[in-house]
Design a protein around this ligand. Structure first.
Ligand SMILES: [Zn+2]
Length: 379
């Protein structure tokens, strides 16, 4: 990770670079700030800069053997510890390194919930356990292989339980020669005072709106105006910005696909149904479920438009426009069957049904249901 790949944070980058130039590298530093602000990315870039063989005044070179390994997160003197769910298969961070490296290559601004999802551990909170501390100590007794410094980055140090933290106190105070601890922490209150007092604090503030806006324009498809809107909404957090962009895209996808699908079902346009079907099969299970929930929402809102007060209808302007035309097709004779079909499909997706068969089956049912007409009740 080069410093110039990190969004904004100019003053902090200069401060870190200056500490290397002045040979004032503190052996235990605490990068305090959300990962979405760049706290983890900065710790990694700092490590890379320290170890770079041809560093310049502003950045690592990016091409020396050390930089190349750092950029793939495979440098033998760069170590990571992070929260995991210990299991028979994965006892510590080292055994989770493959997933961790992929996550970092994908997005070094990842959030804790991104990580939980990657670990497929939704029902169990990952932690840094006392066994992990033992692994950290073991790694640091190894001599440095290729660099002057061994660097240990502990991501979300607040996820250390008390036993794990206590086990590290001594080494944090008197680390082996040429060993650096870079702790990344989002919530100082949750970290033991004894850990905080043994580290030098580096506060990572939120990314300035203007820097975030520029990054969104250069890294995504957003226009200047869209990027400005998103960066004002996401509190200087790049991960949040990406999330908002994803949500906008998926809202747009949901409505467009629902419109096309309902029209195709009404006329039983099998060519169009097949095209939609192929796209739907590629979505992945969670998005398929999300889409079916959306369809259910549109059916419910159509009923509201037909039979209840418009004031309680919860749709966007674009959805409202479409529902003006679509809602007359949802009536007392078919609404229950519509909901049942969608709920049933949702359950089948959860149980790994073949999406192509499921979607075709739904299309057939919807063709029948949409053609059951009933005059809308006059309000
Ligand atoms: Zn280099």
């Amino acid at each position: 990770m080069l410093f110039n790949e990190i969004i904004g944070q100019r003053a902090l980058k200069e401060q870190l670079i200056q500490s290397v130039k002045d040979h004032r590298i503190s052996h235990a530093q605490l990068f305090l700030g959300n990962t979405g602000y760049g706290s983890l990315a900065l710790a990694i870039a700092y490590g890379q800069y320290i170890c770079c063989e041809n560093k310049t005044e502003e950045d690592s070179c990016g091409i020396c053997p050390s930089c190349i390994k750092y950029q793939k997160y495979i440098h033998p003197d760069l170590h990571f510890a992070f929260p995991i769910n210990a299991s028979k298969e994965f006892k510590n961070s080292t055994e989770r390194l493959v997933t961790w490296r992929e996550a970092l290559l994908e997005n070094p601004y990842l959030s804790f919930s991104d990580w939980v999802a990657l670990l497929e551990a939704e029902n169990k909170q990952p932690v840094i356990s006392v066994e992990e501390s033992a692994e950290i100590l073991r790694k640091l007794t190894l001599t440095a292989f290729e660099s002057e410094y061994k660097i240990m980055i502990i991501w979300l140090a607040e996820k250390m339980n008390a036993a794990a933290a206590n086990k590290l106190l001594k080494i944090l105070e008197e680390p082996p020669d040429k060993t650096l601890f870079l702790l990344v922490c989002e919530s100082e209150e949750q970290l033991l005072r004894t850990i905080v007092s043994r580290t030098q604090l580096i506060k990572v503030k939120k990314i300035e709106d203007q820097d975030l806006c520029q990054a969104l324009v250069s890294r995504t498809e957003l226009s200047d105006e869209e990027a400005k809107g998103i960066s004002e909404l996401c509190e200087g957090n790049y991960r949040e910005a990406l999330k908002l962009i994803g949500e906008n895209e998926s809202a747009e996808y949901n409505l467009t696909t629902f419109q096309t699908w309902m029209r195709a079902c009404l006329r039983f346009d099998i060519l169009k149904i097949n095209v939609l079907n192929a796209g739907f099969a590629e979505l992945g299970r969670e998005r398929q479920k999300n889409y079916l929930s959306y369809c259910l929402h549109m059916v419910r809102e159509s009923l509201m438009i037909n039979y209840a007060d418009n004031a309680i209808v919860r749709v966007t302007e674009k959805e409202g426009e479409f529902l003006k035309k679509f809602s007359p097709f949802i009536n007392a004779s078919n609404c229950i069957a519509f909901s049942d079909e969608l709920n049933r499909a949702y359950g089948h997706i959860e149980r790994n049904a073949n999406p192509k068969i499921l979607f075709l089956d739904l299309s057939l049912h919807f063709n029948e249901l949409l053609n059951i007409r009933e005059p809308a009740i006059v309000k």
